[in-house]
Design a protein around this ligand. Structure first.
Ligand SMILES: [Zn+2]
Length: 213
C-alpha cells in the first residue's frame, strides 16, 4: 500500500507546476503567477481573521510607528549637522557620510513603517520581515557603535543604548515566544519575498559605508 502524497495545486488557476506555491492560512495556495497577479487581495480575503490581536501585539505595532517617527527626527538632525560641512575642502567624505546617513536612517524608517503595515494587515511576510528588520537595526547599531568607539567618541547615553539594543532584543524575544503572535500569523504561512531582503539590508550597507568615511 502506498501513501498518496497530496500534490501542490494553485487554488487560483488550478496549475500544478510552479517553482513556488504560496500557502495561505486557510489551506489554499497560489502559484507564482497568481500570487503576483492577485496575491495581496487573496491574502486579505483568506487571512486568519479569527485570531484577535492582543494588547501587547497592538502596543508593539504602535512602538514600530513611534520608532519610525523618532528615526525621521534623528536622521533629520544628523543630516542637518553634516550639511554644515559641505563647503569644506574634503567634501567627498562629507558626501559619503551624507549618503551613508540617508541609507541608515532612511532604511530604518522604511523597514519599521513597512513592518508596522505588514503586521497590521496580517501579511504572510509580516513576522519574518519584522524580525529581520529588528536584527538589521541591531546589526546597524553594533557597527555604528564600533565605528564611534574607533573614533574615540564618548560612550552614548544610556537612553541611546537601550533604544539601540534593548528595544530590538526584547521585541525579538516577544515575536519568537508569543502565543498570540503564533495565532494571528500562522507559522506555516509565513514567507519572505525577494524584495524584502533588499529592503532589510539597506541600513546595514549604510553603516558599513560609514566606516569608510
Ligand atoms: Zn495560479
Amino acid at each position: 500500500m502506498s501513501k498518496i502524497k497530496s500534490a501542490d495545486k494553485c487554488s487560483g488557476c488550478g496549475v500544478t507546476k510552479s517553482k513556488t506555491f504560496w500557502d495561505y492560512p486557510n489551506g489554499t495556495m497560489l502559484c507564482d503567477k497568481c500570487e503576483k497577479k492577485f496575491g495581496n487581495a487573496w491574502e486579505t480575503k483568506n487571512s486568519n481573521s479569527a485570531a484577535k490581536m492582543s494588547g501587547w501585539l497592538i502596543f508593539f505595532i504602535v512602538t514600530l510607528v513611534l520608532s519610525c517617527l523618532l528615526n525621521i527626527y534623528l536622521g533629520y538632525s544628523d543630516i542637518a549637522g553634516v550639511l554644515i560641512y559641505l563647503n569644506q575642502p574634503n567634501a567627498f567624505n562629507v558626501y559619503l557620510i551624507l549618503f551613508a546617513d540617508i541609507l541608515i536612517f532612511g532604511g530604518i524608517v522604511v523597514n519599521y513603517a513597512y513592518s508596522a503595515w505588514l503586521m497590521s494587515v496580517r501579511s504572510s511576510n509580516a513576522v519574518p520581515f519584522t524580525k529581520l528588520a529588528l536584527v538589521a537595526f541591531l546589526v546597524t547599531n553594533i557597527i555604528s557603535l564600533a565605528w564611534l568607539y574607533k573614533l574615540g567618541a564618548e560612550i552614548p547615553a544610556a537612553g541611546d543604548i537601550s533604544r539601540a539594543f534593548i528595544y530590538p532584543i526584547i521585541w525579538l524575544g516577544y515575536l519568537n515566544s508569543s502565543k498570540n503572535v503564533e495565532e494571528v500569523y500562522p507559522v506555516n504561512s509565513r514567507k519572505l519575498k525577494t524584495l524584502d531582503y533588499l529592503l532589510l539590508i539597506v541600513p546595514v550597507v549604510g553603516a558599513i559605508l560609514m566606516m569608510f568615511a
